[in-house]
Write a protein that binds this ligand. Structure first.
Ligand code: C5P
Length: 290
């Protein structure tokens, strides 16, 4: 059995730059893996019949063929003509539907695990399979920290000088990603805000180990009005967060903290208010070298 860690992804910077003819949007983002992770266990048995099963401890997760780990296994085995029994077990810790790419990361970890077992693929082919599964899956395959363009698949890995300390939190509401993009379209039409310079400043701050707080940005905050997001942000600031930001299309929020103690106190305050909250650090190393 192979076990891969599927790390949560946060967008330290996320802007939408264009609408594309294929229905997607071009983005500019700085994606950052943090050490909040699911464990993805993959076990295979020779059988001559392709049978994929996904089991998880998370009751709210679909076991159906829509599960991204299932889709990843199906795409990998179809591409390489593998006909085996594949059993995937997901030990979920990343909140579901949170904007933390939990499902995408499970799919990416499934691809990595299958390729450790079968050794049929290469980085280019894995990245291409990853993009067929979802826009965040290529970054989750690579991991670490990266500047991402296109739908997210044009990846430039970054060397980050210092590990950062965050608190990640979320309430019970969920946001539909397509709806969030549609709201941005309604707000901006064809003229999305141009924040490329700010993104460059974020990249420089990360490389040089300077504070990233002034350059945190997420365009989706402009079309999100959720009570829990507001309360989580206020609680984090009260407990010493330098800045807070929503991740992805939301509604998870992260705060940047100078000390682990402040972060721990903030997480405890949020837990006492009934939110999911945890301290998370930068992962640092990438899973795959590009
Ligand atoms: O790629 P993924 O399946 O995660 O995307 C979910 C939905 O989010 C897409 O169907 C699309 O509506 C929207 N999306 C987008 N542009 C992106 C990523 C996602 O419009 N770069």
């Amino acid at each position: 059995m192979i076990t891969e860690k599927a790390y949560a992804k946060m967008n330290l910077f996320l802007n939408v730059t264009d609408r594309r003819p294929d229905g997607y949007h071009d983005i500019e983002s700085v994606m950052h893996a943090v050490d909040l992770f699911d464990l993805v266990n993959v076990k295979v048995k020779e059988s001559g019949n392709s049978i994929i099963t996904v089991e998880t401890d998370a009751a709210e997760l679909s076991f159906s063929e829509k599960n991204l780990a299932y889709i990843a296994a199906e795409k990998y085995t179809t591409k390489y003509g593998i006909k085996d029994e594949i059993k995937i077990t997901l030990d979920k810790k990343i909140p579901i539907g949170a904007g933390l790419a939990g499902g995408s990361s499970d799919a990416a970890a499934t691809l990595r695990a299958l390729d450790i077992i079968y050794k049929k693929s290469n980085t280019e082919e894995l990245l291409s399979l990853a993009l067929e599964i979802g826009s965040d899956v290529p970054f989750c395959l690579v991991g670490g920290t990266a500047h991402c363009l296109g739908r997210g698949e044009v990846i430039t890995p970054l060397c980050v000088k210092d590990k950062l300390c965050f608190v990640v939190a979320i309430g019970n509401e969920r946001i539909s990603t397509p709806k969030a993009f549609a709201e941005l379209d309604a707000r901006y039409g064809e003229n999305f805000p141009d924040n490329t310079e700010m993104c460059q400043e974020m990249l420089a701050a990360l490389c040089q180990g300077e504070t990233i707080s002034p350059f945190l940005y997420n365009v989706f905050e402009e079309v999100t009005n959720i009570c829990s997001v507001k309360q989580i942000k206020e609680t984090m600031i009260k407990n010493g967060a330098e800045r807070t930001l929503m991740s992805g299309s939301g509604p998870s929020v992260f705060g940047v903290f100078k000390t682990h103690t402040d972060a721990q106190n903030a997480a405890e305050s949020l837990l006492s208010l009934g939110y999911f909250a945890c301290v998370a650090e930068s992962v640092g190393d990438a899973n795959i070298t590009l």
